[in-house]
Ligand binder design. Structure first.
Ligand code: FEO
Length: 393
């Protein structure tokens, strides 16, 4: 989709309206886009990133439509194939083009796409590259979300090409953000699924970015921000150490015993002024679960014991939470068993990356009885006290 976002700076990427899964893992309820940008200099053309190979024809057609028949440089901010995968074809069509990237990204591109050394011009952190009337500054931003990622700042136009950072998996015909509430949700989903494990790295990158004068943030996915403070403020909130008065309650139940416990705990927490977000793991969109743990103070995982351990759906959820490393402060486990097992030990072991206090689990035999409901009330009371101590309730 083509749009001139500043004089001589064009969007030339592709919208993937009907893609529904990324990395064979991440649901894309709103599709996605692979943003590429073409900068026309006085006598040189620079392309920033490419598109997923599935959409290469759109990129080539867009370049043709804006009259680009020669590409001199391709800045590669990130080696993941949704942005780099079209490089081999592009280089075959434009053999004169050189790829500008950092040395780590060059290594990845060489390994993943089998590109020869002579195609690269390697730059370092803080280095600039000029094509006369346009100057590009490179900011290395490792672990956003790969170790080779960099951001590119176009000095004269004050545009930050931020790669995956600030991105959103969102297919839209609008170049710029118009509905901030909708983009907020989509960008938070993206942050939760892709960026959250690297929260501390992003804190450092935000400090670097804070020193730039930015008119436009042009990410690699989703709409472009012409009000950069909107997404910067959202990121500052997500990467901060602050948590909210929320209990996330992923659950699975086979014969309603665990479900009965979940229902009771929801009421017990809500009655104490705590926001509860339950997710039935057999039907939930894992993206919604990921969004909810960005800033929840507490996660309580509810699972029956199957044979000798947690239900496989609960194992999957625990594994996902552990991989995403949320800033959650408190954890607990509830559920029902028939004849014993190691459910709590197994879940605790899986969740070891989550640096949170484990509140006494409530694991009961069979269908819950009066005493069991009292124990659940005690867990709700404990969570309420913890949230109050943190002054979030
Ligand atoms: Fe959009 Fe990490 O690639």
């Amino acid at each position: 989709m083509i749009k001139e976002i500043k004089p001589g700076v064009f969007t030339v990427g592709a919208v993937h309206w009907d893609r529904r899964l990324f990395d064979e893992l991440i649901p894309l309820p709103d599709g996605t886009s692979y943003n590429a940008y073409l900068i026309k200099g006085k006598d040189k053309n620079v392309l920033i990133d490419t598109v997923d190979p599935d959409k290469e024809d759109e990129l080539f057609s867009n370049l043709k439509m804006i009259g680009v028949d020669k590409i001199d440089y391709i800045i590669s901010n990130h080696a993941e194939q949704d942005h780099s995968g079209t490089l081999p074809k592009l280089l075959s069509l434009h053999p004169e083009a050189k790829i500008i990237t950092n040395s780590k990204c060059k290594d990845f591109l060489s390994e993943l796409l089998l590109l020869p050394d002579e195609k690269f011009h390697v730059v370092n952190d803080g280095e600039s590259f000029s094509i006369g009337n346009k100057t590009f500054e490179f900011i290395l931003a490792p672990w956003v979300h790969w170790p080779e990622t960099m951001l590119t700042y176009l000095k004269e136009d004050k545009i930050l090409f931020s790669c995956d950072m600030f991105g959103s998996h969102m297919a839209t015909s609008e170049t710029f953000v118009t509905d901030e509430a909708r983009v907020y949700e989509s960008a938070k989903r993206y942050y939760a699924e892709i960026m959250m494990p690297f929260r501390s790295n992003i804190q450092g990158h935000m400090e670097k970015i804070g020193k730039l004068k930015i008119d436009i943030i042009a990410p690699s996915h989703g709409p472009v921000y012409d009000r950069p403070e909107f997404i910067c403020n959202a990121y500052r909130d997500w990467i901060s150490d602050d948590v909210k008065n929320i209990v996330v309650l992923p659950y699975v139940s086979m014969h309603h015993s665990t479900k009965k416990m979940v229902d009771h705990l929801i009421d017990a927490l809500a009655g104490r002024g705590i926001v509860v977000k339950p997710f039935n793991l057999t039907v939930t969109d894992i993206g919604q679960l990921a969004i909810s743990i960005v800033d929840a103070a507490t996660i309580v995982l509810a699972t029956p014991t199957v044979l000798t351990g947690p239900h496989p759906s609960a194992v999957y959820a625990a594994y996902l939470v552990n991989a995403l490393k949320p800033k959650t402060r408190f954890l607990s486990v509830i559920g029902s068993f028939g004849w014993g097992g190691r459910t709590v030990d197994i879940i605790s072991e899986i969740l070891k990356n989550v640096k949170a206090e484990m509140l006494d689990p409530v694991i009961i035999k069979g269908y819950p009885k009066e005493d069991d409901f009292k124990t659940l009330d005690a867990l709700a009371e404990r969570i309420m006290k913890k949230h109050k101590e943190m002054k979030i309730l």
